[in-house]
Design a protein around this ligand. Structure first.
Ligand code: DX5
Ligand code: ZN
Length: 232
């Protein structure tokens, strides 16, 4: 029976990092030991799917050269069918596309995997899981958005935990094989309820890069999540 990953995964989002010092900011959470991030979350926004513009493929290619942590690319873009495989080819560990934007998500997952990445599917807070359950059989990660995508530092929307519980149940009963990931408003006040609901991987932007010591923040969040997980 599939079950939760052995320990909670923490993925700092560089959206809240200093873009002029990205290499150093990633290095701050990439040192060996408990302060090391499991994945580094890279938010790609195109100013069409979301009303904000961040970074794209050249930055991911550069980060890949300096960072020896798995890159978790979250594409908040239109037409991911066309653009997402390039991120897999650039060496991203996991490439997540939005269910609301993908035209042929099953084919897209196959293309991402063929290019050597894990395939991730994300749902906005208002998007139900039900219409995507068959599609998720082709994916490796499910990214449940717990804020409206577009900006860091927003408040956690607890209603989305119902989707986390559904996904957790489907994974634990062997119907899906997915890493359940959550993104938006995760911090010391909210991570425990997300862990209790069954999240495997926690994205945290402002809670990590807004902290004085980002590495210590990673370790503290992981400890908190580990303490709140349901027993198996
Ligand atoms: C929002 C992004 C998130 C963001 C999270 O659209 O997808 O990854 O960086 O930031 P916090 O943790 O501050 O909510
Ligand atoms: Zn994100």
């Amino acid at each position: 029976m599939a079950s939760q990953s052995l320990r909670p995964l923490i993925a700092p989002s560089i959206l809240s990092a200093d873009f002029a010092r990205l290499g150093e900011e990633v290095a701050a959470v990439a040192r060996d030991g408990e302060t090391r991030a499991d994945w580094v979350h890279v938010d790609v926004m195109d100013n069409h799917f979301v009303p904000n513009l961040t970074l794209g493929l050249p930055v991911v290619e550069s980060l890949r050269k300096v960072a020896d942590v798995p890159l978790d690319c979250h594409l908040m873009i239109e037409n991911p069918d066309k653009w997402a495989p390039g991120y897999a080819e650039a060496g991203a560990y996991n490439v997540t596309v939005h269910a609301e934007a993908a035209h042929d998500p099953v084919m897209l997952a196959k293309n991402l995997r063929a290019a050597g990445a894990k395939a991730g599917l994300s749902v906005k807070p208002g998007t139900p899981l039900e219409g995507h359950l068959d599609t998720l059989k082709h994916y490796d990660t499910l990214l449940v958005m717990s804020v409206e995508p577009g900006f860091g530092g927003q408040s956690f929307i607890p209603d989305v935990l119902e989707k986390v519980r559904t996904a957790r149940r489907l994974v634990d009963t062997g119907h899906l094989r997915l890493v359940v990931e959550i993104d938006g408003g995760i911090n010391a006040d909210t991570i425990e309820q997300a862990a209790e609901a069954g999240v495997d991987c926690f994205v945290a932007g402002s809670a990590v890069y807004g902290a004085e010591d980002p590495g210590r923040a990673v370790a503290a969040l992981r400890d908190q999540a580990a303490g709140a997980r349901p027993a198996h």
